[in-house]
Design a protein around this ligand. Structure first.
Ligand SMILES: [Zn+2]
Length: 90
C-alpha cells in the first residue's frame, strides 16, 4: 500500500506553462487591437456580423446575419483581409 506520487516535476512544468500563458496574455493585452475591431453593419447597423469560410474556395468573408440585410464583405483570401474589407465599407 505504498503510494509514491512524484508530482514535483509535473507541477513545476505546469508552473512554467502558466508563466508562458501569462506572458502571452500580457502581450495580447498590450498589442494594438483597434485594427481588429469589427464594425457594425454599415447598412443596417446590426452587430450580428459573423466570419464565414467558403468550404470550397477557402475564402473568408464577413456577413451580416440580420435578415433581410445579409450584407457581405465579399470573399477574401484571409480572415484579416475580409475584416479589412468589412471595416473599409463601414
Ligand atoms: Zn446588415
Amino acid at each position: 500500500m505504498k503510494q509514491k506520487i512524484n508530482n514535483l516535476g509535473s507541477s513545476s512544468r505546469i508552473k512554467n506553462i502558466l508563466h508562458e500563458l501569462n506572458d502571452r496574455v500580457i502581450k495580447l493585452e498590450q498589442s494594438p487591437t483597434n485594427e481588429d475591431i469589427l464594425l457594425p453593419c454599415p447598412f443596417c447597423g446590426s452587430m450580428d456580423v459573423q466570419l464565414h469560410m467558403n468550404k470550397f474556395s477557402y475564402d473568408y468573408y464577413y456577413h451580416c446575419t440580420n435578415s433581410p440585410c445579409l450584407a457581405s464583405s465579399g470573399s477574401k483570401r484571409t480572415a484579416q483581409l475580409a475584416l479589412d474589407a468589412w471595416n473599409g465599407r463601414a
